[in-house]
Design a protein around this ligand. Structure first.
Ligand code: ADP
Length: 622
């Protein structure tokens, strides 16, 4: 026998599961049955595609047994099984990427964490909520030896060789005080019906039924051993929509996603005609925990005529829809599709593009019919839709309608379409500001004049906006203009502004001379009202924030000097235009540049110099 330590993450997770999912402990049975079903799926697939597994001698099935007196519960399957290596790997470590950062992100508050844990997918370990010891006896088809894994879930597990006649896995729970109630026929039936009714393999329950025979003194108890099939076992996605309730859909979602919450939305489609396939997609209420990891686990499973093929293929749906959970089942694909074949398969790519279109059009409909739900969707997945904008050209137009923004005109989220409906008659373009947090952007000096004119500015506070939105260029007939750039202010110019600009021209030249190549140019601003200065990017240069972004990924070598805009109406500027003192002009020029940087959330270029000049000016003022 060999004793092993659980990987640290497993111990942490075990602790968390036991403490945060406690009120929902009955889900352990769903998790174990869904593991059994996955194991059967894997073996069934091999039996159809690999000659080695052609002559299996057992039916594909799940058997549940219990002992009311000994407080044990056993879930057995005739699936793919595990040998000693598999056991140590699968039930001793967590292979999911991003586990460490996920665990670090938990708050320690059981209520909050229980939702997160649900998204993480608790799986096998949830059984330790109801058992103080678990044994897993398993054997792989074609292998001679069987293996026994056992643990009390307290940091260690043992693995030893053990006799097992047939291949498959038996998970035996020694129920604790919390779990005792589950060693009962009625409880188990109830839970299987509630959570696992749609499992496509038969689930049998073994129990003793007690009958009374005879009369009076001859009356005696007769035990009869019975085995009943409990689940209805039809692949839910194959059933007509009209027969299914929200509850059916929600329970099925939980069995395939391991989520503890109901889904936000589901889309069930049956396509008939040249291609026959069924899809059932779910959108989780909360973004899957690994959504922003490059090596996320995809959530869509592929079936061919109800036979499970794969749940680990990122090509099934585009990356940007990686939050989807669900099923694609096609009648038209060959059973033994390998990953390579799948990628070049015309049928698969038609199903994929039709599915993407369907999901996006359903989302569009949802955005019109149920704003509240759509807002919830946006709060979780807006970023991914924007990702789609630069990866999915075929659906660009729909995606442009689906994305949402914050704005100076409304609370919450708004769309391009709503923006254009609110535009002022004399407004020529759609304005947006990027870089930084919502609160900072809303108070940026760059948008003062737009506000004053009643022009709405979209607040783009997502990192990704900076990359995606400029590449859009236009929405309908309206140009999208970044107020972080010089050109956007041209729309604000009028006769009076031009006159004022003319008046301070000599001052602008002086400031440029002082600042040299720290600035690209110094111009009169038509966008400022309360602030004396601001910086913007020249038309074709990256903005300050973009430069910072590029630098953060090691790509920002060239520095682009900003354009400094000066507000001709500001008292400081007006006064400065009348001053001859060279030193004062120099100090104030620097201060105007540095404060504009600060307002943009950029660091000072020369902190010590700034402080020195500020002190000098303050002294003079006093
Ligand atoms: P998940 O099912 O999310 O991968 P689990 O912790 O429930 O996580 O299970 C870990 C792994 O253990 C599974 O991925 C699978 O490889 C293996 N496993 C669990 N139960 C069984 C079973 N009944 N038969 C075969 N393998 C199993």
């Amino acid at each position: 026998m060999a004793t092993h330590q659980f990987q640290t993450e497993v111990s942490q997770l075990l602790h968390l599961i036991i403490h945060s999912l406690y009120s929902n402990k009955e889900i352990f049975l769903r998790e174990l049955i869904s593991n059994a079903s996955d194991a059967l799926d894997k073996l069934k697939y091999l039996s159809l595609t690999d000659d080695k597994y052609k002559n299996l001698d057992q039916e594909f099935r799940i058997d549940v047994k219990f002992d009311e007196d000994a407080h044990t519960l056993t879930i057995a399957d005739t699936g793919i099984g595990m040998n000693n290596k598999d056991l140590a790997q699968n039930l001793g470590t967590i292979a999911k990427s991003g586990t460490k950062s996920f665990l670090a992100g938990l708050s320690g508050d059981a209520k909050k964490d229980s939702n997160l844990i649900g998204q993480f997918g608790v799986g096998f370990y949830s059984a330790f909520m109801v058992a103080d010891k678990i044994e897993v006896l398993s054997k792989k088809p074609g292998e001679k030896k069987g293996w026994l894994w056992s643990s009390d879930g307290k940091g260690e597990f043992d693995i030893s060789e053990a006799d097992k006649e047939k291949y498959g896995t038996e998970v035996k729970l020694y129920l604790n005080d919390e779990g005792k109630e589950y060693a009962s026929r009625w409880q188990i039936e109830l839970l299987i019906k509630k959570y696992s009714d749609h499992i496509s393999f038969p689930i049998y329950l073994e129990y003793d039924s007690i009958k009374y025979e005879g009369e009076g003194d001859n009356r005696k108890e007769v035990k009869e051993h019975k085995i009943d099939k409990i689940n209805s076992g039809s692949a839910l996605w194959k059933r007509p929509k009209s027969e299914l309730t929200d509850k059916d859909y929600n329970e099925f979602y939980k069995t395939i996603s391991h989520d503890t919450e109901d889904p936000l939305y589901y889309i069930h489609t049956k396509a008939e005609g040249t291609l026959e396939y069924t899809t059932l997609f779910y959108i989780p209420q909360h973004a899957p925990f690994d959504m922003l990891h490059a090596d996320y686990k995809p959530g869509v499973k592929l079936y061919v005529s109800r036979v499970f093929i794969t749940d680990d293929d990122k090509e099934l749906m585009p990356d940007y829809l990686r939050f989807l959970r669900g099923i694609i089942d096609s009648e038209d694909l060959p059973l033994n599709v390998s990953r390579e074949i799948l990628q070049q398969n015309k049928i698969m790519s038609s199903i994929r593009s039709a599915s993407v279109k369907k999901v996006l059009s359903e989302l569009k409909a949802l955005s019109e019919s149920n704003k509240e739900k759509y807002t919830k969707f946006i709060e979780q997945y807006n970023k991914l839709l924007k990702e789609g904008l630069y990866s999915d050209w075929a659906n660009r137009e729909t995606l442009t309608d689906l994305i949402r923004f914050k704005s100076t005109a409304v609370d919450g989220y708004t769309s391009f379409k709503e923006y254009t409906e609110r535009m002022k008659p004399d407004q020529k373009s759609i304005y947006f500001i990027t870089g930084g947090k919502e609160s900072a952007l809303k108070n940026s000096p760059l948008i003062e004049a737009y506000k004053a004119k009643g022009f709405e500015v979209l607040i783009m506070d997502d990192n990704i906006d900076e990359i995606v939105i400029p590449s859009l260029g236009k929405y309908k007939d309206f140009e999208l203009k970044s107020v972080n750039r010089k050109g956007a202010a041209d729309d604000l110019k009028d006769k009076e502004a031009e006159k004022k600009a003319e008046e301070i021209k000599p001052l602008l030249e002086k400031i440029k001379k002082v600042l040299g190549d720290k600035v690209k140019s110094v111009i009169a601003s038509s966008r400022l009202s309360d602030s004396p200065s601001c910086i913007v990017a020249d038309e074709n240069d990256p903005t300050m924030q973009m430069q910072a972004l590029l630098k953060s990924i090691g790509q920002g070598e060239t520095e682009y000097a900003p354009v400094l805009e000066i507000n001709p109406s500001h008292p400081i500027v007006k006064k400065l235009a009348t001053i001859e003192d060279k030193d004062v002009i120099e100090d104030i020029s620097f201060v105007l540049l540095e404060q504009a940087r600060l307002a943009e959330g950029a660091p000072l270029a020369d902190t010590a110099g700034f402080i020195k000049r500020l002190n000098r000016l303050t002294e003079k003022a006093l």
